[in-house]
Ligand binder design. Structure first.
Ligand code: PLP
Length: 384
């Protein structure tokens, strides 16, 4: 029996987990106000950078006494700047449940060569935060982009901890609640939930993180692009938009446009609701079928941004080849781009559900996943 292709296609087939879909109705004309060819130190450049910081604070609800800086090298730059500047003062605990968290473990253990306790969980699972000693400095990823597993809440993090919590929140910020009082460093980039451009990182510091910066000097040399202090004091300029080196004013304008859209859709609550609705559409689809499931084992840890799925049909002979073939078929049909699982993750699909993705597009995509699944099962039988 021929398998019939669904009648409707997603209007926007972009479901990549980064760079993520631009805001709905995006056009390059929206960037017309970018002060191109002007110095980022000129009044207009400084104003734009300051606005990016202030709008971020407003939408995310970052406490007034936390510092927000725009730093080089995207989220990686922000995380590494934090680890290189803050770690080493006390014992570190490194948590990882997917590829990016594992990358931070490598940084700390193999590059910084620090005395660290490493706690890991397999793809689909999470480290139990109740077992972590928060009197050590703890580095972790809020939302594991490559496993679709997120921290459910900050309840296990004590308010009176002695260590710092350093949190890579790049695929969580703007879509998931971040308990600011439990987090000393939060990082993210612009190209995830807000659909901005890849370029710069956002580095958010609590007063305790600032106190550490001003009271501790690491034993290792610090490159200029990591340096946040001058003469033992925080370089306040960085947190007002006086970037360490030259930013892209086009990328800054693009972020400002995305933030303005974020306000239009209801600020943080609206952005989160969009991601929740997108993810729920997929969860419900999986719930009603016995051949596809969420990679996240515990419902409380299911991501509402990077939704990772695995095929569970026992007719599948080669899981990796099968998942790749499904993703390829979806791409060839023009209904889903970049939805293959991350290269180090278990075979399957990863569908970005962040705020810039339209729920109607997710709804239109799902019958195509069923179609591609059935087509690949049939192709497998024919090949046998
Ligand atoms: C959890 C996590 N951390 C770090 C990164 C690296 O981010 P960037 O490329 O912005 O440096 C990513 C990218 O997807 C990510 O998902």
């Amino acid at each position: 029996m021929a398998i019939e292709a669904p009648a409707t296609r997603p209007a926007n087939p972009r479901f990549s987990s980064g760079p993520c879909a631009k805001i709905p109705s995006y056009t390059l004309d929206m960037l017309a106000d970018a002060p191109l060819g002007r110095s980022h130190r000129a009044a207009i450049g400084k104003e734009k950078l300051k606005a990016a910081i202030e709008e971020t604070r407003e939408i995310l609800g970052v406490p007034a006494d936390y510092k927000i800086g725009i730093v080089p090298a995207s989220d990686t730059g922000a995380v590494e700047m934090a680890m290189w500047s803050l770690l080493g003062a006390r014992k570190a605990t490194m948590l990882a449940w997917e590829s990016f968290g594992a990358g931070w473990v490598t940084d700390v253990v193999k590059q910084l060569k620090l005395d660290a306790e490493v706690k890991t969980a397999d793809y689909g699972q999470i480290v139990d935060l109740a077992t972590v000693d928060f009197n050590t400095d703890v580095v972790f990823t809020w939302n594991g982009t490559t496993s679709g597993v997120r921290v459910p809440n900050g309840d296990a993090i004590p308010a009176d901890r002695e260590g710092l919590t350093i949190c890579d929140a790049t695929s969580a910020a703007f879509a998931q609640d971040l308990p600011w009082d439990k987090l000393d460093v939060v990082t993210f980039s612009w190209q995830k939930v807000m659909g901005g451009e890849a370029a710069h990182g956002m580095l958010i510091l609590s007063p305790r993180a600032v106190a550490r910066l001003e009271s501790y000097t690491p034993a290792w040399p610090m490159p200029k692009i990591f340096r946040m202090t001058k003469g033992g004091k925080l370089n306040e300029g960085i947190f007002k938009g006086e970037t360490i080196n030259t930013p892209s004013m086009l990328a800054v304008e693009d972020y400002l446009v995305a933030l303005a859209w974020g306000r239009e859709v209801g600020g943080f609550a609206g952005l989160k609701a969009r991601a929740d609705a997108n993810a729920k559409t997929i969860w419900d689809f999986c719930e009603a079928r016995d051949w596809i499931a969420n990679l996240a084992e515990d419902e409380a840890t299911r991501s509402n941004t990077s939704v990772c799925l695995k095929f569970t049909d026992d007719r599948i002979k080669d899981g990796a080849a099968f998942a790749k073939a499904v993703a390829k078929r979806l791409e060839k049909e023009g209904v889903a781009l970049d939805v293959g699982a991350y290269r180090d993750a278990p075979a399957g699909l990863r569908i970005w559900c962040g705020a810039t993705v339209e729920q109607a597009d997710i709804a239109a995509l799902l019958p195509w996943i069923e179609y591609a699944f059935e087509a690949e099962i049939a192709a497998q039988t024919e090949a046998a």
